[in-house]
Design a protein around this ligand. Structure first.
Ligand code: CTP
Ligand code: MG
Length: 229
């Protein structure tokens, strides 16, 4: 039942516009990176973390891991140009026959019960992702003109973690590299080698911190969890 997790943290946080990696921004005096790592550090089923980092952040990240007593990081690997490159670099260092999770460092609000539900499904199906049903009406638009209204009941908003049998995910990454395919998530790489991926319903709280306004939502989620909202 144990798993390892790859955490891509090697982005630049350009859309956040903080002038540094957004993972170094603090929520309740603790960096976003540490919030995310602590979830896995405190999960007894997590047996190791592989962290992909940008060389410019290496020194600061290592200090933070020490300061916050994060002990499960097995490997620090250099990130690549795209998120997919960072994860591929990490996958090349993994040694497991079991389940590997991929979770964005920029999603600090993931909770253990969701991880375990995802893991249970991945054990049975070899590929499972977490997401939530779309709430808004969705339309396809071209040149500012609506082309179609998409049937909402079949639309889900996809998050991380995503969980796979290691050998399956590695094969999917090798094939994508061979074909020059770049996807926006890990599941899309597995889908294109024709393996079914199961959706597990998660939580709308599992926000990805992307732009400045997300920091206000993040504060609200923290306050809600501390019971002061
Ligand atoms: N990431 C990574 N390597 C990259 C790009 C992104 O490891 N070359 C990581 C980020 O650090 C983040 C996750 O992938 O934890 C999701 O990426 P995103 O939210 O897009 O973060 P950034 O790429 O840092 O932000 P932006 O796209 O605004 O620059
Ligand atoms: Mg990015």
């Amino acid at each position: 039942m144990a798993y390892q997790v790859i955490i891509p943290a090697a982005g630049q946080g350009k859309r956040m516009g903080a002038g540094k990696n957004k993972l170094l921004l603090e929520l309740n005096n603790i960096p976003v990176l540490i919030h995310t790592l602590k979830v896995f550090e405190e999960d007894e089923l997590c047996e190791g973390i592989i962290l992909a980092i940008h060389p410019q952040d290496e020194e600061e990240f290592i200090l933070l891991l020490k300061k916050h007593n994060v002990k499960k990081v097995l490997d620090l690997v250099p990130g690549g140009k795209e998120r997919q490159d960072s994860i591929y670099n990490a996958l090349k260092t993994v040694k497991t026959e079991g389940i590997i999770l991929v979770h964005d460092a920029a999603r600090p609000f993931i909770q253990k019960d969701q991880i375990h539900r995802l893991l249970d499904t991945a054990q049975k199906t070899d590929a499972a992702i977490i997401g939530v049903p779309a709430k808004d009406t969705m339309k396809t638009v071209r040149d500012n003109v609506v082309k179609a209204t998409v049937e909402r009941s079949s639309l889900w908003v996809v998050q991380t973690p995503q969980a796979f049998r290691f050998s399956l995910l590695y094969r999917a990454y090798e094939q994508a590299a061979k074909d020059g395919f770049v996807g926006t998530d890990d599941s899309s790489l597995v889908e294109r080698i024709s393996h079914p991926v199961t959706m597990v319903e998660g939580d709308y709280d599992n926000l990805k911190l992307t732009t400045q306004e997300d920091l206000f939502f993040a504060q609200a989620i923290l306050q809600k969890r501390q019971g002061s909202f």
